[in-house]
Design a protein around this ligand. Structure first.
Ligand code: PMP
Length: 424
């Protein structure tokens, strides 16, 4: 008997399935507001000026021209250097340099944010934990990535209800499950917890800085392992450095140096450099400080070697082109300044669209649009209303009512607002 005939059909990806439907929709007024890809007011996916300049240099400066050979398993050496520097020196100047000096970061270039999460999941499930708690409402792929990389227990913590973050429920949930875990199994392994660094997807609502202090203290006390997903760095404030505040919080507080099983940072240049398809990102595992205060080299080297083996088995080595672009931009002051401007310009437009929507919808019953940040507007439309938008008006949102702001431009904004008001 063949097992093949018994394979059930997997459910379509919640987002990419819709994109397919959109492409086949004959309606000339159709609008795609599903995927988190930035578009300019003309509806194009722009190549950032900084990236264009770096591309030009790569093609014209002979010393920068490279052959198409493999990169090392753990990534482009210059990329590794520059990104570490960007995240830990520029991003966390108070403590980052010391952490690097102590050799407490195991770092690999990854296939964008998804690759970083996948390598994290494989590493953790091999050695430390196969349980994770994800926010209730999260990027649909989170559970998928962890499930397909060795995680056996995936559960959810309350995050959002009635247009608000439900902090109390969130923290009580964590405390309760830890208690039950301990009662049921005497030596239960620690659980992981997934945190969105900023621009929570899909709600666009992030805890305040004070709430984060409380959250991190609770997570630390419960011995949970933080996995920080930083896919939208820069899209909250328009400033990439400002937006790594969660990383700073987790590194700066003294007692968190003892975070026993490490802190995992999964970072991506897809959105904030517009490098989506080039798949450029990184995983940093921040190790706890040793008791003696000595360097952590031997532990770090063992972890490096395991990451290397995992990557070798998954895809052997990462792609080169995007990594070269990123390292050039991070190496050159003018290019870097231009990049900061590019991010600011993108976020200004997103905020402008957000503002226009809030004016035109004049929609009292919904959350103040301007409290949300990032690429999306979480509309709170019901699945039925979302379905009507699609069927009657050919406007595509994800079923949870999330709308990608950058698909809106001067030409379609009125059509979109009128249609939304119509389905209410
Ligand atoms: N995390 C979140 C929350 C996301 O929204 C995304 C992209 N949609 C990612 C991670 C990963 O994206 P990428 O693999 O393209 O970097």
């Amino acid at each position: 008997a063949s097992y093949m005939a018994k394979i059930p059909q997997a459910p379509p990806d919640r987002i990419l399935g819709l994109v397919n439907q959109f492409m086949n929709d004959p309606n000339p007024s159709k609008v795609d507001l599903t995927v988190g890809v930035y578009r300019d007011n003309a509806g194009n996916v722009p190549t950032f000026k900084s990236v264009q300049n770096a591309q030009h240099l790569l093609h014209t400066v002979p010393s920068l021209r490279k052959d198409l050979s493999y990169l090392p398993i753990i990534g482009h050496p210059n990329y590794r250097n520059k990104v570490l520097n960007f995240l830990f020196h520029d991003g966390c100047p108070e403590i980052g340099p010391e952490i690097i000096y102590q050799d407490r970061v195991s770092f690999v270039q990854t296939l964008s944010g998804t690759g970083a999460l996948s390598v994290t999941a494989r590493f953790l499930s091999n050695f430390i934990s196969d349980s994770i708690i994800i926010p209730q409402l999260s990027w649909a792929n989170h559970a998928n990535v962890f499930k397909n990389n060795g995680f056996r227990n995936i559960s959810y913590y309350p995050y959002y209800s009635n247009e608000k973050i439900v902090l109390k429920d969130w923290l009580n949930h964590l405390i309760n499950i830890q208690k039950t875990d301990r009662e049921v199994t005497s030596n239960s392994k620690p659980s992981c917890i997934l945190l969105h660094a900023c621009c929570h997807n899909p709600t666009g609502l992030d805890p305040t800085k004070e709430q984060w202090d409380q959250i991190l203290d609770t997570i630390y006390d419960l011995n949970l392992i933080p996995i920080i997903d930083m896919a939208y760095q820069g899209l909250e404030s328009g400033d990439v450095l400002k937006d790594s505040y969660l990383l700073r919080k987790v590194l700066n507080k003294k007692r968190y140096k003892n975070w026993k099983n490490g802190i995992y940072l999964c970072q991506s240049f897809a959105k904030n450099m517009g490098l989506y398809g080039e798949r450029v990102g990184s995983l940093s595992i921040i190790l706890p400080e040793t008791n003696s205060g000595n360097k952590s080299t031997s532990i770090r080297e063992n972890i490096d070697s395991q990451l290397k083996q995992i990557i070798r088995s998954m895809y052997s080595s990462p792609p080169g082109y995007g990594a070269r672009i990123v390292s050039l931009i991070l190496s050159d002051k003018d290019l870097k300044d231009q990049w900061f401007l590019d991010v600011k310009e993108m976020v200004d437009r997103l905020n402008d669209v957000r503002y226009k929507l809030s004016q035109k919808l004049n929609w009292n019953s919904i959350i103040d649009l301007n409290q949300q940040h990032g690429m999306f507007y979480f509309t709170n439309l019901s699945p039925i209303q979302v379905e009507r938008l699609k069927n009657q008006f050919a406007i595509y949102l994800t079923t949870d009512g999330r709308l990608s702001l950058s698909g809106i431009n001067d030409l379609n904004v009125d059509y979109i607002c009128n249609s939304i008001l119509n389905v209410l």
